[in-house]
Ligand binder design. Sequence first.
Ligand code: NAP
Length: 281
Amino acid sequence: MIVVTGATGTIGRALIDRLRAAGTAVVAVVRRPEQGESLGCDYVVGDFDRPETIGTALSPGDRLFLNSSLWPGFVHRYREVIDLARSAGVGQVVKVSVRGAEPGALLGGGMHGEVEAHLKASGLAWSILQPVGFMQNLPAEVSFQDGEGRFYGSYGPGRVGYIDARDIADVAAVLLTRPVGADQTYVLTGPEAPTHDEIAAAVSGALGRTVRYIDLPVGELTGHLERQGLPGPVAHDLAELMAQVGDGRWSTTTETVEALTGRPPRSLARFLTDHTAAFRL
Ligand SMILES: NC(=O)c1ccc[n+]([C@@H]2O[C@H](COP(=O)([O-])OP(=O)(O)OC[C@H]3O[C@@H](n4cnc5c(N)ncnc54)[C@H](OP(=O)(O)O)[C@@H]3O)[C@@H](O)[C@H]2O)c1
């Protein structure tokens, strides 16, 4: 059986769709029953904050897709779930991480780095997906005022190979349905790495409205993010992370999506065509 955590999330929903379309048996882990009903597949109610609720859903030989958003208890709870998966005799764990994850890195990079280390030491068979930023973040980042859209960052002229999260789901579906292979980390990117000015131009073209990228120094972006409601330390680390990414560390693209799925990753243009309605004009 394939057990999918984070099933109501961006990747999770796309993964469930892929697996169901292929007629593959899947169990979604959801926090509330009505979420399971909306997915239209078998489900169990489980919460990472109560690891035993996920542990009891696991049987020998299951293949576990391990994913959720981040919260302060993330590392501790993920370690517990990994230990329960080991005890249950799970046959493979496919975990979503982030490119460049390592203990001590900023924000999710550090948390994922610690969980990766625990998973690798667990004795379980593992595949780790390390995507860069998702194209799906864009609609929420662009805000419109007086007919003009803006989004903010500290990337400078740095290029980023943003990925369409549907491609992460496609990769996960392949890894969860083919025979379990060697433990491996897969760095996942889109097909090209635009600058943020180029992204703004592409969004402008797709929406037929002017959208501009506003680049700010880390200190100013921190204040901007705080005014949007982020706690100060998180706002600072997020701005700092953008500046780090701007040094080019996410500017290279990989062939991994195509190698695993047999087709190139979706382009930004394709994403924008499919998600025009998600922008709040
Ligand atoms: N966004 C990016 O640009 C980016 C880039 C690289 C890596 N990542 C990684 O991608 C992952 C997020 O994937 P995503 O965007 O598909 O997720 P998402 O859309 O944010 O959805 C989060 C999912 O996690 C579930 N969840 C949250 N807390 C939970 C808990 N305590 N117990 C059980 N389920 C819980 C949510 O369930 P509910 O519906 O019940 O809330 C939901 O299904 C993170 O690990 C992040 O670090 C993101």
